[in-house]
Unconditional design. Structure first.
Length: 166
């Protein structure tokens, strides 16, 4: 049924009057806040008619209903949904395979694990040196990071002691 064939004014006025009656009943039973809330909802149909928003709401509703019915009853649309689902599955599977490939290329080691800590039976990848061949300067760099972190915490501890919090 087209929008122009419906008598909208009597329908909107009837909904508003029924809502205002319910608002009065809510006011008497539940209090002023509840009554005002129902009155606010009751005035919306008349406001939609007077501002010509009713036709926009009708267009939106009929478009949504048309879309849903064409989606449900059209086999070609369901084929499109199946193709989209296949695409999602392919994306997920390719991500898993890529993750396995990257893990295999990394020698199966976790981040920060050295060649000596690798599980037995696995060799260190070419280009990586064994721990004995590495220079001994790597350890002091780690210790200097720890010292700088301790210095930062000592500054914070001094501030806390000044304030009497510690």
């Amino acid at each position: 049924m087209p929008f122009d064939q419906i008598a909208w004014f009597p329908l909107c006025v009837g909904l508003t009057v029924a809502g205002l009656v319910l608002s009065f009943m809510a006011f008497r039973r539940r209090g002023a806040a509840s009554g005002m809330r129902v009155a606010a909802w009751a005035l919306l149909p008349l406001a939609a008619y007077l501002t010509n928003a009713l036709q926009a709401l009708w267009t939106i509703g009929s478009t949504l209903v048309g879309f849903v019915t064409s989606l449900v009853f059209n086999p070609l649309v369901w084929a499109g949904v199946a193709v989209a689902g296949l695409s999602v599955v392919l994306f997920v599977v390719s991500g898993v395979l890529r993750g396995r490939k990257l893990a295999k290329a990394g020698g199966g080691k976790k981040a920060g694990e050295t060649a000596a800590e690798a599980p037995a039976g696995r060799q260190a990848p070419a280009g990586r040196q064994a721990p004995a061949a590495r220079p001994a300067a790597a350890k002091p760099a780690v210790e200097s990071k720890k010292k700088s972190a301790d210095d930062d915490f000592s500054d914070i501890e001094d501030l806390l002691k000044k304030r009497g919090i510690s």
